[in-house]
Design a protein around this ligand. Structure first.
Ligand SMILES: [Zn+2]
Length: 342
């Protein structure tokens, strides 16, 4: 089947009360790992590319690999999503390339680092909503800023500096008509999210629950939601790596989020850790090997295992069959007739 809109997948997830993992990709092996995990667990899936990934893959390599994915895995409803678009231009170029969903992150200015004003955020998000919805493409927006920096994008800090204000979130969705909303509840991008197992002091699930109460129909998005499992850290450190002790977002907290309106969960770090650990293991244990396939294959398998596990934990496993793709022009008509609304 062709790439589908994210809105359709998230609407289905809301009906079914589950979440959908959004996994970042840069290359063929990562796309293969995700698609194999989706096939094994019969899951719909969101594949996402940051600006860094688009430049790494020169756009076209990534897009054509995704077309290959839709040909080889025709039974899997698959979204191609722009992660953290920094400007309306970035989002427009993604739509032109064939992405079926874009994130306009107007919580930061176009430099991808400096927190912006509410008015700026509304202005750029509205522009992207107008362009995207006319083509049936989904828009994710962000209010509040996450901590950390990844691929050169992020506000930095611990994640507690710019938490989402529930009242502002409510106003923002009414002002922009975005389809999905990323919120800041104390999580950060990258491997170093928390210095201890997070509790209510550093991971503000109460803020999330309050936002869901005010916006029961809005699809909420958790960014920076890798769990950074200790066993994956240990493999890297056992085979010559040196990661400092760190904690991610426990899966139980994500599941609590899913009970409270979270429909998209961004996971990148866990997959990076899994691949790097597998590669380190092969290179340390068999230093005579030099065929890239000897370590890329185990790396791909390790990532597939993590992705499949998350698909089961988020509840999207087994849901691929229930989704009959709505073509993008039909989605565009539905937006026009306000059959899909904020
Ligand atoms: Zn993010």
């Amino acid at each position: 089947m062709p790439l589908v809109s994210m809105r359709q997948l998230l609407d289905e997830a809301a009906k079914g009360g589950y979440g959908v993992g959004a996994f970042n990709v840069n290359n063929m092996e990562q796309i293969q790992a995700i698609m194999e995990a989706a096939r094994e667990t019969e899951s719909p899936v969101i594949v996402q590319a940051s600006r860094g990934a688009r430049s790494y893959s020169q756009d076209k390599f990534l897009y054509h690999l995704m077309l290959a994915a839709t040909e080889l895995y025709p039974e899997i409803p698959t979204v191609l999503h722009q992660d953290h678009g920094n400007s309306p231009e970035t989002c427009k170029s993604a739509i032109e390339l064939g992405f079926t969903s874009v994130m306009m992150d107007g919580s930061l200015q176009a430099d991808g680092k400096t927190p912006s004003s509410y008015e700026y955020n509304v202005d750029v998000t509205r522009q992207v909503v107008a362009t995207a919805h006319a083509k049936g493409v989904t828009v994710e927006a962000e209010i509040g800023c996450l901590g950390g920096i990844e691929d050169g994008h992020g506000a930095g800090g611990s994640g507690m500096e710019h938490l989402t204000d529930p009242g502002e979130a409510e106003r923002f969705v009414k002002d922009t008509h975005c389809d999905a909303l990323a919120i800041a509840i104390g999580t950060s991008h990258g491997a170093y999210k928390f210095t201890r197992k997070p509790d209510g002091e550093v991971l503000k699930m109460d803020v999330l629950i309050e936002i869901h109460k005010r916006l029961p129909k809005t699809h909420l998005v958790m960014h920076g939601s890798s769990s950074v499992p200790k066993d994956l850290q240990d493999i890297i450190n056992k085979y010559g790596g040196s990661l400092k002790p760190t904690w991610g977002v426990p899966v139980e907290e994500i599941q609590l989020g899913i009970k409270n309106g979270v429909r998209k969960i961004n996971v990148d770090t866990d997959n990076r850790l899994a691949m790097t650990g597998a590669i380190r293991k092969v290179l340390m244990e068999t230093p005579e090997k030099f065929d890239p396939r000897d370590y890329m294959k185990p790396a791909r398998d390790a990532m597939k295992k993590v992705v499949a596990q998350r698909m089961v934990e988020f509840g999207q496993a087994g849901k691929a069959k229930s989704i009959i793709p709505i073509p993008l022009p039909e989605m565009a008509e539905m937006y026009k007739k306000e059959l899909v609304g904020a």
